[in-house]
Design a protein around this ligand. Structure first.
Ligand code: SF4
Length: 285
């Protein structure tokens, strides 16, 4: 039996240079996501994968949680706050109210950051028996530890990973603290082998840049890898400006980002690459 961690979270260990905090989270844990009109469960402020293109920073700065205004004013990837009362919030969430409803886990951070993966497990244990349908999205491999629970509810879960590129020179810069894409793909293979439906989010698709001049070739490589893994669906999304993300991305790449006219081209080559490998594809504008 996995030992239970205390219900009150303590300050988690974070990478050097990251300022951390605690905040009070109000139940229910399932809320409409600030990044879209769908239901989502979020349980951290900040994401230590520190992808410079991320949209979450914009929402954290635009709608700061009370008491975290100073913390979230720092640069993306250098702040992180965990809920101090997560046990209470899990207990007070009427999970059954979302029976049969698809809930996204998560939209404002990776649910399987090492600092909060234990919370994700607690949530699975309450949400899934209550009938909630969870669409999980992660760049982490820690979800593998929860396949024991997830495989008991294959009709209520979809395990997804995000892949922005397969180009090593690029992913090391734009997903600096996440496991490399080929390890995330292993998550999909392992989940499928346990009978759990899987999906992938190919996002964000960046315009051509010196590290990856041919995005279509990159997309073909992603599609080929996904087609071998029996993913049920693939979502695609272009790069959009949100807050400071384009400046951070350009700084990381050491090159300007030109998104003019890119959305339409990205959509076209995304569908073309996915069709090439017979994948069910959906574009998000
Ligand atoms: S893993 Fe997702 S939430 Fe975390 S920084 Fe990257 S894009 Fe943002």
């Amino acid at each position: 039996m996995v030992p239970l961690r205390p219900l009150q979270s303590t300050i988690p260990k974070v990478p050097e240079g990251v300022e951390q905090g605690l905040y009070r989270i109000s139940p229910p844990l399932i809320k409409k996501s600030p990044s879209g009109g769908f239901w989502a469960v979020n349980f951290a402020v900040g994401c230590l994968h520190a992808c410079p293109f991320c949209y979450a920073d914009y929402f954290n700065k635009e709608y700061p949680r009370r008491g975290l205004e100073g913390l979230v004013s720092r640069e993306w990837g250098t702040y992180f706050a965990a809920p101090r009362n997560i046990g209470e919030a899990i207990d007070k969430t009427p999970w059954h109210r979302w029976r049969g409803v698809e809930v996204f886990m998560s939209t404002m951070h990776d649910p399987y950051l090492p600092q909060v993966a234990w919370i994700a497990r607690r949530i699975l244990k309450r949400a899934l028996p209550s009938g909630v349908r969870l669409r999980i999205l992660t760049r982490s491999t820690l979800i593998l530890r929860d396949l024991d629970i997830l495989s008991a509810y294959p009709h209520r879960v979809m395990i997804g990973v995000s892949i922005a590129t397969m180009e090593p020179g690029l992913y090391r810069l734009i997903e600096p603290r996440a496991p490399p894409p080929h390890k995330r793909l292993l998550v999909l293979g392992e989940a499928a082998s346990r009978g759990i439906p899987t999906w992938a989010s190919v996002a964000p698709i960046l315009p051509p840049n010196p590290l990856r001049p041919d995005p279509y070739k990159d997309l073909l490589e992603i599609a080929r890898a996904l087609s071998n893994l029996r993913v049920a669906e693939v979502h695609g999304e272009s790069l959009h400006p949100r807050g400071d993300n384009l400046r951070l991305l350009a700084k990381r790449l050491g090159a300007p980002i030109n998104i003019k006219g890119w959305d339409a081209r990205a959509e076209r080559i995304f569908y073309k690459a996915m069709e090439e490998y017979g994948l069910k594809a959906q574009w998000y504008r």
